[in-house]
Design a protein around this ligand. Structure first.
Ligand code: HEM
Length: 215
């Protein structure tokens, strides 16, 4: 007898999980970027902002749990869609007609793993093993003065830009905004949001490397 499938076991269900968890993560990334703008207001402002957030213990841990859950669901659903896709193709080496969705999916499959590595590095660098605990401004500026570390952040944030551009575009499609009249706006919105976040985030390591932000 055929077992009833729960929503998250179907392809569309997995895409809904990807879309909703992705939107939670993008929401965090926008808030995180806006908070990081305190770097330009100087050492006191950034450190005071970080200490303020650390003082909001329930909010901090609530956000961490939500993010952990969103990242976990996003990665598990991505892996499952990817393996389903490979099986459906028969042989992954067989030549097949490339479609627009294939192009988007391919972008996600290189930018996703780069981003995952970046986030693990980023957490170790600033949150788990910071060079100077409690001195967020000093950790950021000293970190980005090293061109290799700045390079890791630049690479990670370029991958982030591609990933959220395609992510926002496909998430809005999965969640039902797919109509010829709105598709151009969906694309423009995805470009505007991903470009703003990417250029903003890239400005941090570049400003330090260029000497605009110093200790
Ligand atoms: C150049 C861009 C970025 C800068 C300058 C930056 C800076 C920072 C800093 C300084 C912290 C530590 C804050 C503290 O200890 O109080 C932090 C934490 C964090 N960042 Fe970033 N970040 C950047 C990009 C990103 C991106 C793209 C993501 C995710 C895709 C991300 C995810 C996180 C997470 C999850 C934490 C840990 C928050 C916590 O639980 O304490 N960051 N970031």
């Amino acid at each position: 007898m055929q077992r009833a499938l729960t929503l998250h076991q179907t392809t569309i269900g997995k895409k809904v999980v990807m879309a909703l968890s992705g939107l939670v993560i993008v929401g965090f990334v926008i808030g995180h970027f806006l908070g990081n703008l305190n770097l330009y207001r100087g050492q006191e402002a950034l450190d005071a902002y970080a200490h303020f957030l650390q003082g909001l213990t329930p909010v901090l841990w609530g956000t961490r749990l939500l993010l952990l859950f969103a990242f976990g669901a996003h990665i598990v659903a991505a892996f499952s869609l990817w393996s389903r896709n490979i099986k459906a193709r028969g042989s992954r080496y067989k030549k097949h007609q490339d479609m627009a969705t294939d192009y988007a999916a391919r972008t996600m499959y290189w930018s996703g793993p780069i981003l995952l590595l970046f986030v693990v590095y980023h957490l170790l660098h600033f949150t788990i093993l910071p060079a100077h605990p409690g001195e967020v401004y000093r950790n950021v500026v000293e970190g980005f003065q090293n061109p290799w570390i700045a390079g890791v952040y630049i690479t990670g944030n370029i991958a982030l830009g591609f990933h959220i551009f395609h992510g926002i575009f496909s998430a809005t499609q999965t969640l039902g905004v797919n109509h010829p009249r709105y598709n151009a706006y969906r694309r423009d919105a995805a470009i505007a949001i991903s470009a703003a976040i990417t250029l903003g985030n890239l400005s941090f390591p570049i400003s330090v490397l260029a000497g605009f932000v110093t200790l």
